[in-house]
Design a protein around this ligand. Structure first.
Ligand code: ATP
Ligand code: MG
Length: 395
């Protein structure tokens, strides 16, 4: 402190200033100390975290297993992912009553103790599947397709509702039905309606998603799908776009396609091991019957084929009527004209004509639809169709 003066040399007020400054500096230093203490705490925490990570990295991996049975004395029988069934101790951090057969669990490295319940893989299955307890669609919502509805009633609805009839006569209903035909003609709708009328759960699985989104999981998911269907029975398993898993053009030398074939094998195994009089039915759907692997069409598998074609004249009339009934009309509608000028259109396209007509009315600030709106949308959709633009999903 070379520039410090003896106390009496300070003028009045000067010393007070110095005091103030020292006090300020002290405050500042105190704050800095606080800040550094905080920093030390944070670093200590970080070290702890790193220690934990190090421990985790050094700890041996756990073994995945599935619980087969829970034994009363704190033990359980599990099937380990590496193969054998094991009797293991359940560590005390897992409440005994929480553990149930089918749970996915982790064993310690020696495979001698069950140490953790893993999140159930069903989550994945549920994400993949579309499940409706009782779909709303009814046969009444479907235009045309009377013969097809009759076939499904006999092959799916009746066996689910009255298996006793089949047992009494001694015949087996078909296990699985395959619907085929061009897009937008009511396959999905029909299956939902059958599920509705049979009071069954509708479980939909899309073949292309099974092979694209869940690579390596196809076979397991197929197995889980059937387990889930049994749990939720009576139920209908609907495998849409089945050609994605069951195409005869698959090349087994490509690894991705080998995987698809494994999924198909699992699917066939599930169908083969299936009780035709049980409370689960399978319906498949495809736009491409021509590319299906014949293995899937063999007797005892998808052996009942039902074509869902483009609607004929009376089919178109019925479909148009169904959707015209739902909208507010203004003036006369020339239904025969609409029926005659929509040849070759699918149910989805017919519905689109009516929806588009409604949009025309809204654009024109009207509250109801006129024949002129229908004519406009008919022309627009025909043009779109000529250009080959898919009309489904236009909104
Ligand atoms: N016969 C029909 N009666 C009433 N509506 C129909 C009919 N066919 C199709 N539709 C309408 O078109 C929509 C699409 O039909 P759906 O999804 O059932 O076709 P799909 O045959 O399953 O087609 P994709 O092969 O593309 O899956 C239905 O939701 C329904 O609104
Ligand atoms: Mg469909």
């Amino acid at each position: 402190m070379s520039n410090s003066k003896p106390l009496d040399e300070f003028g009045p007020g000067e010393r007070g200033n110095e005091d103030d400054e020292a006090a300020k500096e002290l405050e500042l230093l105190k704050e800095q100390v606080m800040g550094l203490k905080g920093e030390v705490e944070r670093l200590k925490e970080y070290i702890n975290q790193l220690e934990e990570d190090k421990e985790k990295a050094l700890s041996p991996p756990l073994i995945e297993a599935t619980v087969l049975d829970v034994l009363p004395n704190g033990r359980a029988i599990v099937k380990s992912s590496s193969g054998p069934n094991l009797v293991v101790y359940v560590t005390s951090n897992i409440p005994q009553d929480k553990l149930k057969p089918g749970d996915r669990v982790a064993l310690n490295q020696r495979g001698s103790a069950l140490v953790e319940i893993l999140p159930q893989s069903q989550d994945l299955t549920i994400r993949l599947m579309e499940i409706e307890e009782k779909p709303k669609a009814t046969y009444g919502d479907i235009g045309g397709l009377e013969a097809q509805i009759g076939l499904l009633k006999e092959a799916v609805e009746l066996p689910l509702k009255r298996p006793d009839l089949f047992k009494e006569i001694g015949i087996e209903p078909p296990k699985a039905v395959l619907l085929y035909g061009p897009p937008g003609c009511g396959k999905t709708m029909l299956v939902k309606a059958v599920a509705h009328e049979a009071n069954a759960t509708f479980i939909r699985l899309v073949g292309s998603e099974l092979v694209q989104k869940f690579v390596g999981e196809g076979a397991r998911l197929t197995r889980e799908l059937f387990d889930m269907a049994k749990k939720k029975s009576p139920s209908i398993i609907f495998i849409d776009e089945i050609d994605a898993v069951a195409s005869k053009r698959l090349d087994a030398s490509v690894s991705g396609e080998r995987e698809v074939q494994r999924t198909l094998m699992q699917l066939l195994a599930e169908i083969d091991g299936f009780d035709p009089l049980g409370e689960v039915k399978i319906i498949g759907a495809t736009n491409r019957l021509d590319i299906l692997d014949p293995a899937i069409l063999r007797p005892g598998r998808f052996d009942r084929l039902v074509e869902i074609p483009l609607p004929d004249k009376s089919g178109r009339e019925e479909i148009l009527k169904i959707y015209l009934k739902k909208i507010k009309l203004d003036g006369a509608i020339d239904l025969p004209y609409l029926v005659n000028s929509t040849e070759g259109m699918s149910g989805a396209e017919l519905k689109e004509i009516i929806t588009e007509a409604g949009m025309n009315a809204i654009r024109d600030s009207r509250r109801s639809v006129r024949m002129a709106d229908l004519n406009l949308s008919l022309t627009a959709i025909k043009k779109k169709k000529e250009k080959g633009i898919s009309s489904v999903g236009y909104l």
